[in-house]
Write a protein that binds this ligand. Structure first.
Ligand code: FAD
Length: 388
């Protein structure tokens, strides 16, 4: 009998694990999702995928992640809107780091990543106020996708390869022993036999970790995203994704905006580090957009795009960035019980990294070690992550 793997959570990460494991063909895969695939953070995301990061580790995983998304585009028709992504640099040391990042990306085959000078930035983003911008890092083949569509295609591929996905099924506990497997995963719709359990519950990973007797900490940060209408007189050129935030620059958070379709703009504030007050209960937070926060983004957007008159605010929504306590990605066996694999820490960047991280989780389960991602041992649950 093949080993049985139960995955808790059908967000982008749980489904990436499921597809990878089912495709390998040597384990039996069941996904348990309390709602429907993508119902958590994934379908609330703004959908950006990018390789525009600064360290080799951050770039390695994203180069693999975006390549895996492109494979899904070719095999299953995933819509990748390659509108490009620009990170403006506002001082010389940051621009220098951007140039090093472009070299790292090119070494890894991202041939269209480049460093722009201020004139290049101005030419690229219609209406943009580039005062104070000393250049930027740009890649035209980055862009955005729809998180719900990605989940639905991953679920379909996992099921075609033999995985079962139980929607509207909430995990309630784990006990040792049971029907022909090492454990019984209890749910509100019956038991699931499992030899290995993956905690891919995103913002709920803390609660699920307690149910599995394998505690993990998660720092859930509420983020709002806003939708705007572009005026009829808008520029003919598409506004690419502009992410005015450079990880590690000490800037806290930065404004981002990108065009959506023909006449819409999506904007918000992003940071890779947890900054604000974490949300205690992922089932109890304000799902809308606060007036004051929205007003701030309206002002920042008007200042960033003075060349486009009459951008109209429409409304917004909010969701959670599920950060790990130390801000890093997590993939590996739990020290208290190696039959529980922890997969998470996606924060505000999950879409670019979930597929290679899912592969790493599958490698831990099938081979007892990570194989494809360089230096993936560092992603095992650290003391700061399992402190609960
Ligand atoms: C406003 C906003 C904008 C964002 N923009 C971007 C972006 O542009 N690009 C990007 O890469 N990332 C973005 N993100 C971040 C991205 O959404 C996350 O990194 C990613 O979706 C996390 O995926 P996940 O699979 O870990 O979690 P989730 O998608 O939340 O999946 C976890 C699943 O576990 C299920 N679950 C929980 N408890 C149980 C239980 N007891 N039993 C069974 N199932 C359970 C939940 O229902 C959920 O479906 C954004 C996030 C927000 C909020």
């Amino acid at each position: 009998m093949a080993r049985r793997v139960a995955i808790v959570g059908a967000g982008v990460l749980g489904l990436a694990c499921a597809r990878e494991l089912a495709a390998a063909g040597d384990v039996d895969v069941t996904v348990v999702e309390r709602s429907y695939p993508g119902a958590g953070s994934t379908s609330l995301s703004v959908g950006v995928f990018t390789r525009q990061y600064l360290t080799a580790e951050d770039i390695d995983i994203r180069v693999r992640g975006v390549a895996a998304l492109a494979e899904l585009e070719a095999s299953a028709g995933l819509n990748l809107r390659r509108i490009g992504l620009l990170r403006p640099a506002r001082d010389a040391p940051t621009l220098e780091r951007c140039a090093e990042a472009v070299a790292l990306q090119r070494e890894r085959g991202v041939d269209d990543a480049e460093v722009l000078d201020p004139a290049g930035v101005r030419a690229l983003v219609p209406g943009f106020d580039a005062a104070g911008v000393v250049g930027g890092i740009w890649c035209p083949s980055d862009g955005y996708l729809d998180g719900a569509e990605l989940c639905s295609l991953l679920a379909e591929a996992a099921q075609e390869a033999g995985a079962r996905i139980h929607g509207r099924t909430r995990v309630t506990g784990l006990r040792r022993g049971g029907a022909g497997a090492r454990y019984t995963l209890a749910t509100d719709r019956g038991d699931v036999a499992a030899d290995v359990v993956v905690n891919a519950a995103g913002a709920w990973a803390g609660a699920v970790g307690d149910l599995l007797d394998a505690p993990v900490g998660v720092v859930n940060e509420r983020h709002e995203a806003y939708s705007f209408e572009l005026p009829e007189s808008r520029p003919a050129a598409t506004i690419p994704m502009v992410l005015d935030y450079v990880p590690g620059s000490g800037a806290g958070e930065g404004l981002y905006f990108r065009q959506e379709g023909h006449g819409q703009l999506i904007a918000g504030l992003h940071s890779n580090e947890p900054l604000g007050e974490p949300v205690d209960d992922p089932d109890d937070y304000f799902r809308g957009a606060g007036d004051e926060a929205a007003e701030r983004v309206v002002e920042l957007l008007a200042a960033a795009l003075p060349g486009i008159d009459g951008i109209g605010y429409r409304g917004g929504w909010s969701g959670l960035y599920p950060h790990s306590p130390d801000g890093g990605l997590v993939a590996g066996p739990h020290p208290a019980n190696p039959d529980v694999i922890v997969a998470g820490g996606l924060g505000g960047n999950g879409l670019s990294v979930a597929l290679p991280l899912g592969r790493t989780v599958a490698e831990w389960i099938r081979h007892g070690e990570p194989r494809s991602l360089p230096a993936a041992e560092r992603l095992v649950p650290r003391p700061a992550v399992v402190a609960g």
